[in-house]
Design a protein around this ligand. Structure first.
Ligand SMILES: [Zn+2]
Length: 317
């Protein structure tokens, strides 16, 4: 990857005492380090040792521990007494019935107003016929994006509280997100919107979709503003009923639980690709430059939405 080699070039130049502008070298180094950290985390959460993170399995418990460790290390705090919020799963052969969402709160400058829920799901399909389904794109990519965004929000606090929700059991009927909206950590009336990230790493379709503005048109200028400097192509759509089956993504991931409660959402995701729900959904199939671009856009979107959170209007269903 060009970013990595550039970093090494700068590092070598500095070691040799060459006259590379130190500011330029520093920003290139931190830029490459950010991408490297992103890919390192993606590799960790989508590792074979996580056994596909299927809800109710030991691999899921390991993934949970990883997320809690990362959140703790960056100084994030749970919203209640623990990051781990138990969720009851439907009984299934070979699985435990105990699942859990991981929930954290990034305090805003004004902690009494509306809140934004930023979400991704950490579960995936598990192991089938001794083959591990790693789900690097689906949805380790969204979870790692959340960790990256959380680190920045902790350094530069948002205006409003941001609740981070790493949902369990999306793949088994969005159990985690439904449990969240049915027993929310703050009154649902305070939840101004949900930004949900599910499959944000794969470059195959050469674009990241923003879905949900047809339901809440006031969110479109906010997303357009965030897209102004995006390094990846941002497209709007996949949120109207006139599309062919499967192309309306309104009910396709955890944002659906919020939508059902009348809470505006923006869903970020890529088109399905050849490795979607296949054992080949691995971290090494991800182009770090594309993935970095989608994460940067997601961060810009969170900032833009936070700045305008008071003006997001709910359409009561
Ligand atoms: Zn997913």
């Amino acid at each position: 990857m060009s970013v990595f080699s550039k970093r090494h070039l700068y590092a070598a130049a500095i070691a040799l005492g060459c006259s590379v502008s130190s500011v330029q070298a520093q920003s290139a180094t931190s830029d490459a380090a950010t991408t490297e950290r992103l890919m390192q985390r993606l590799g960790a959460l989508a590792a074979d040792s996580m056994e596909g993170r299927r809800a109710g399995t030991p691999g899921s418990v390991r993934a949970r521990a990883y997320l809690v460790r990362e959140l703790t290390a960056m100084g994030a705090k749970p919203i209640g007494s623990s990051f781990v919020v138990p969720v009851t799963l439907r009984a299934r052969a070979g699985s435990d019935t105990a699942g859990a969402n991981i929930v954290a709160r990034i305090p805003g400058k004004n902690s009494r107003g509306p809140v934004l829920v930023l979400s991704a799901h950490y579960d995936h399909l598990g192991v089938r016929n001794s083959v591990v389904f790693n789900g690097a794109d689906d949805d380790a990519s969204g979870c790692v994006a959340l960790l990256t965004i959380a680190e920045r929000l902790l350094r530069e606090p948002p205006e409003h509280d941001v609740i981070l929700a790493f949902f369990d059991a999306e793949e088994s009927g969005m159990v985690g997100s439904k449990a969240f909206v049915n027993a929310p950590p703050v009154a649902l009336a305070r939840v101004a919107m949900n930004i949900n990230l599910d499959m944000v790493a794969r470059q195959d379709g050469k674009a990241l979709w923003v879905s949900g503005t047809s339901h809440t048109p006031s969110l479109k200028p906010i997303a357009e503003q965030a897209a102004t400097n995006a390094a990846v192509t941002i497209r709007f759509g996949h949120d109207t009923k006139n599309l062919k089956p499967g192309d309306d993504w309104t009910g396709s991931s955890d944002h659906s639980a919020f939508h059902t409660k009348g809470i505006p959402f923006l869903y970020l995701g890529v088109e399905d690709h050849d490795d979607y729900h296949q054992s080949g959904d691995d971290a090494d199939k991800v182009d770090p430059v594309f993935y970095r671009g989608t994460v940067e856009f997601a961060y810009a979107l969170v900032r833009a939405a936070d700045a305008k959170l008071n003006s997001v209007t709910r359409s009561r269903k």
